[in-house]
Design a protein around this ligand. Sequence first.
Ligand code: FAD
Length: 470
Amino acid sequence: MSAVLERIAAVVGAAGLITDEAGMAPYTIDWRKRYAGRPLAVVRPASTREVAGVIRICAETRTAVVPQGGNTGLQGGGITDSSGTQIALCTARMRRVRAIDPINNTITLEAGCVLAQVQRAAEGAGRLFPLSLGAEGSATIGGNLSTNAGGTAVLRYGNTRDLALGMEVVLASGEVWEGLRGLRKDNTGYDLKHLFIGAEGTLGIITAAVMKLYPLPAARLAGIAAVDSPGDAIRLLEIAQRQSGDSLTGFEMFSDFCLALVLKHFPGTSAPFRTCYARSQYVLLEISDSRSEASGRTAIESVLTEGVVAGVVLDAVVAQSLAQVQAMWALRENITEAQAREGQNLKHDVSVPVSCIAEFIAATDAEVRRAYPGVRLVTFGHLGDGNLHYNVAAPQEVAPEAFMREAAGLTRIVHDNVARFNGSISAEHGLGQAKREEIRRYKSALELDLMRKVKAALDPLGIMNPGKVI
Ligand SMILES: Cc1cc2nc3c(=O)[nH]c(=O)nc-3n(C[C@H](O)[C@H](O)[C@H](O)COP(=O)(O)OP(=O)(O)OC[C@H]3O[C@@H](n4cnc5c(N)ncnc54)[C@H](O)[C@@H]3O)c2cc1C
């Protein structure tokens, strides 16, 4: 064992260090299997003190550190390079909920807590932790913060940044910044936690956080509407927002092709309607009611009825039980996995102003189809907050691997259109290693320079997740 690893082993003990290839394997490849690394070791500290000890050694020995939470990131941000010199630092042994304060509506937890575990802990205290996403059974709160994850409730509660009140971070020097404040008002200078949110582990290691909680709604009502086009989906959104205001907690859209993929790859799931609405879009909307199920039901039915009367909704169904609500969400949340089972595709996690979505989709679809006839567009996303997963799959008769080699140029079409509509080429997944170069085309030189200066100030030795983001 190298001298560095011997020193690290003395900090984390045998349970906190993996050096054999088989043991390291799960940490060396990303969820999409697009990035494979070869770490020097996988280090699994059990406490903030241990993280700080490890980072101090890394700083002294100039050893690069790649933080990893649940390894569900989609941009290769948590994967080491293949030099065999970087350590992967995994937070999986830091899963303690340190405190819940139902009066202050806050939860204080360690970075390795899995999102679903946080939701359950909040519920146990009669509160809601609203962050929700398809990978919540594995993704960690540290990963959510580091990618500023979005998910399905951004429309009402904001993204992870909006939910964070305080943070504890091990800096690149090994010092611990103790910023675990549970305050909603604190104007005492620069709000440092925001530097680490969305930084994808390039500025420090988040070890704990204070997150906001909300009252548990009395009822969650979900419905699915078939609409003709993205434009009609936006018109339905306007109706839902006008009628329901803050009670509207989810507004997702997915195409008929997305639904077909889920039905194909998840046997046992059923389509929401008996009629086939080919070439249509589906909207999944959720209303959370603070009073009662009956009042929520009246609200969602009223939205859909107005949609039908306005000629915007072709057909609609409202869930009759919590199990049906969950089945509806499964249709939406299983799209990512269904596409993966269908084969690789070109992924674009983009956002544009909600008012531009219909025009963006129409323009981009036409250009992409012209450039590569026969492509199958897997378009879905969090319509209510302007975030689309605009993914492009191979034509039926083309092997996905060949398509991925030939079609990389399509990304330029998609991203240039995003820029034309004043959007972002990474809405919620971050840059990682996947978009590190691409972002240089879309951010100004000044903005990139500011980012480099922040990086140099906080990580002067360049040991924190090098090669990611910038
Ligand atoms: C099926 C599926 C559905 C998804 N749906 C969504 C969605 O709706 N919305 C969304 O936003 N994302 C979604 N994602 C992406 C992913 O789940 C999120 O990016 C999530 O926040 C990553 O958390 P993680 O713990 O897995 O992080 P990892 O993948 O382990 O790491 C992600 C990045 O954060 C860094 N990092 C991790 N922990 C720390 C830490 N403690 N301190 C500093 N840096 C750290 C890593 O170095 C890496 O750069 C989905 C992924 C899958 C597979």
